[in-house]
Write a protein that binds this ligand. Sequence first.
Ligand SMILES: [Zn+2]
Ligand SMILES: [Zn+2]
Ligand SMILES: [Zn+2]
Length: 163
Amino acid sequence: MCQGSVPPKQPLTEEVRRAEQRRLRTNLREKGHAVTSRRLAIYDVLLQTNDHICVEHILDAIQKAHPTWRMNKTTVYRTLDLLQELGFIYEMRHPDGRAQYELALRGPHGHLFCCACGKVQDIDTHVATAFQQELRAKQGFEIDLINNALMGLCANCALRAQD
Ligand SMILES: [Zn+2]
Ligand SMILES: [Zn+2]
Ligand SMILES: [Zn+2]
C-alpha cells in the first residue's frame, strides 16, 4: 500500500464533499452513465482522503464502510477509469507501474516519489512549468509530470542518507 504525502493534505469540508457528490451524480447522468452507490462511494473515499491514494487503500475503506458489499479491485479500477475519463480524478503512476489517485479539484500538477519512504510530493506549479518549458525549448521533449512521478529522495531521507 502507499504512504501518503508530504506535507499531509487537509481534509475537505463537509460542504465541498456534498457539492462534489452532487456534481458527480449530475455528470454521470448527463454522460449517460448509471448513478450507482458504488461509484458514489468510491468517489467519496477520494473526497474523504483528499490525498494521493492507491487502489488497495480505496478497497479497504469501502470494505470498512460497506462490509456487506462484494467489491473487488477490478470494480474499483473500472470506476477509477470512469472517474478519470469524466475529469474527476488524476492517476499518477510510479516508475514501477503502481498507481495512486487523487482529486482533480486541486488542478493539474507534477509529482515527486521518494524511493526510500514511499511518500509523494506535489511539485510546485512554477517549478514544474519552468522545467517543462526548458525541456521543450532545449530538447523538444514533452515531459508528462502529471501522470508520471519522478523518483528520488525526499528532504528527510536525503538527510538520513548523509549520516
Ligand atoms: Zn495506498
Ligand atoms: Zn523519503
Ligand atoms: Zn498530487
